[in-house]
Ligand binder design. Structure first.
Ligand code: GLV
Ligand code: MN
Ligand code: MN
Ligand code: MN
Length: 399
């Protein structure tokens, strides 16, 4: 299967025909279809698939001497955000299979294992914590906390893992797998419009996190309840959304409220509670922290006159990731030079970089749009990405 054939096979999976957006949430039918596709592509190439205890998969191309250590791992993820683009995640995996094909075509015989990974729940779209699979492997999240995470329907991660055939008690740090990995190189579509060449190299991932605000008031009748009697959580919530924008402007950060749940959600009922999720990111830890503090303060000030309570919980936080300099330079040398750029998007490569040297290749995105249907990369740039990844894997797996 060529790059184009693999791409065409994945393209309809989980796509909403009306909007063109993808809905591939972990362990739902479209994501399971993507996993089945991954297994087929691995089988087709005679690669051994390792299923770890955390829902991640690795397709291995082992060297002739059977060495299992010092592996060069590549790959990305198959899950999507709600209404996401086609490229975020799958581009890294399709490119990895195509790069392996290219190396085999050249008769290259790597001295180290090359693994193609599909990490689970990278977007955190179902269970709320991004990069859950790589966080579990690398010990960046407590397994007990992961087991208790719930999806929008109230199913726990433990329940869903169990139903998918895993032992939820076995999830957690995997030093055996990590111990076999020499480095991880993830190819990804660029998610802004900084990159002007077909392929670039990541320097850093900015600090980023997710917070949950719970506004609790009192449900009541929209027609009969006097304004003075209301405890309407919508009002401080609305103020908090504006405060997020203002705090981001003051601190040179970005802050987004992209998800909200209103209970009970009736047109003719004052809400009893509103839950809003905040995503905040910025160039420095203290600026992100200050942004969130200021939003929280504004929410509390706005809530007081309405006798609404506000609870703030941090759901995840990732400090700045400075990708391994030696690996980054080696990747750059293998490409004969390429632009180097930071990113505001989180990736498994960022999480794994705490445990193994990691690097990222970006493929130009002419729309600059991501996490939305307009996310795009030109076919020629995708092929340039495959060629770049093949060159990097060839170099790193040589010795
Ligand atoms: C994941 O893609 C993120 O950066 O939100
Ligand atoms: Mn994403
Ligand atoms: Mn991604
Ligand atoms: Mn991501």
């Amino acid at each position: 299967m060529s790059f184009e054939e693999m791409w065409a096979a994945l393209l309809p999976v989980g796509r909403d025909e009306a909007t063109g957006g993808y809905h591939r949430f972990s362990w739902t039918p479209p994501e399971l279809e993507c996993r089945a596709w991954f297994l087929d592509e691995a089988r087709r190439r005679g690669l051994d698939v390792e299923h770890d205890a955390n829902g991640n998969m690795v397709a291995w191309w082992l060297p002739e001497d059977g060495t299992r250590h010092g592996a060069v791992l590549t790959g990305s993820h198959l899950d999507s955000v709600p209404g996401g683009g086609a490229f975020d995640g799958p581009l890294g995996i399709v490119s990895a299979f195509a790069a392996v094909d290219e190396l085999r075509r050249r008769g290259s015989t790597p001295a180290k294992p090359i693994g193609i990974a599909a990490f689970a729940e990278e977007e955190g779209a179902r269970f709320g914590v991004a990069c859950l699979g790589s966080r579990l492997v690398s010990g960046a999240i407590d397994p007990a906390r992961a087991r208790a995470l719930t999806d929008g329907d109230g199913h726990t991660f433990a329940e869903v893992m169990h139903n998918a055939g895993f032992d939820p008690e076995a999830i957690g740090p995997d030093d055996d797998l990590l111990g076999r990995i020499g480095c991880y190189v993830e190819l990804h579509v660029e998610q802004g419009r900084v990159l002007e060449e077909p392929v670039g190299i990541a320097s850093a991932i900015v600090p980023h996190g997710r917070w949950r605000f719970d506004f609790t008031g009192e449900g009541n009748h929209a027609g009969t309840t006097l304004l003075a009697d209301r405890r309407d959580p919508m009002l401080p919530f609305a103020r908090m959304v504006i405060a997020a924008r203002e705090a981001a402007e003051r601190n040179g950060t970005v802050a987004t409220v992209g998800k909200v749940a209103v209970v009970p959600g009736g047109v003719n009922a004052i809400a009893s509670s509103v839950t809003a999720w905040l995503d905040a990111r910025g160039p420095a830890d203290e600026r992100v922290r200050r942004t969130v503090r200021e939003i929280d303060e504004a929410a509390r000030v706005a809530a007081r006159p309405h006798r609404v309570s506000v609870d703030l919980a941090e759901e995840s936080y990732t400090e700045i990731v400075d990708f391994n300099r030696a690996l980054r330079d080696r990747v750059g040398a293998a490409l004969g030079g390429a632009p180097v750029l930071p990113t505001g998007a989180g990736h498994d490569a960022g999480v794994l970089s705490a445990r193994v040297p990691a690097a990222m290749l970006f493929v130009r995105n002419p729309t600059g749009v991501s996490h939305a249907p307009a996310e795009f990369a030109e076919p020629a740039d995708c092929l340039a990405g495959v060629a770049a990844l093949a060159a990097v894997l060839d170099d790193l797996a040589r010795g």
